[in-house]
Design a protein around this ligand. Sequence first.
Ligand code: ADP
Ligand code: MG
Length: 257
Amino acid sequence: MNNSASVKRLVPLSKRNTGGNKTPLRVARPTLLETRDLQKSYYKKKLEIPVLRGVSMEIPENSFTAIVGKSGSGKSTLLHLLGTLDKPDQGEVWYQNQRIDNLPPSGREALRNNEFGLIFQFYHLLPELTMLENVLVPRMIGNGLISYWRNKRKFVAKAKELLETVGLAHRLKHKPNQLSGGEMQRAAIARALITEPKLLLADEPTGNLDSENGSDVLETLLHLNREHDLTIVMVTHDENIAKKADNVVKMVNGRIA
Ligand code: ADP
Ligand code: MG
């Protein structure tokens, strides 16, 4: 975890400015995350399949960015590179003015544990655990058992606060199979935020939901962005969802259209 020292620590969600004096949307915000000419190919046997063909983009702090585009256009690949889950063949990813795509595995892991939250189309909740326990899992894993038990009261309080923020205060002791898809996704959002990340990366989080549950999840994300200053990058198929974002990045054949 030594590499985490070089990554600037976050202001916890609860301590950030959530008051009424927020910066108006139109004022330029500093860049949180940036890609420079990202290129990535996959190989089938020896055949190169180019997936990203030079993607340069900037994600401003506290913004809500939607990445849209047809299936196969490279959206998930791009999101994985943003989250250091994978490495580009060429090009760079910068976070808070620090290059991150070339960090050693421990540095990338520290970023994913401390700075980034990730959610996917499927919720990946553990079926035997309650919602509260599911939300605590990243703390159990990331902190190690001794530190976890020392700080447990604080973590449990934070987990309850987050479940309340996503509208699940009444579901703390429920198991995943007792919840709707929208509720499970909102629990997955709370779990992604337990480590108090600055950036949430979401890959089609409403892709498996009906329109009502999908809009609950979207409203939750918009609330976290607007009221808790969470920066969000969300891959979506849904043009209506994209309309609510501050920025829309349209991917066509591995490039930004
Ligand atoms: P999207 O999320 O926009 O649907 P992806 O980024 O998942 O697109 O995939 C882009 C292209 O890369 C697709 O043609 C897909 O089949 C291919 N691809 C994605 N991941 C892999 C992989 N691990 N190995 C080989 N090909 C892949
Ligand atoms: Mg995808």
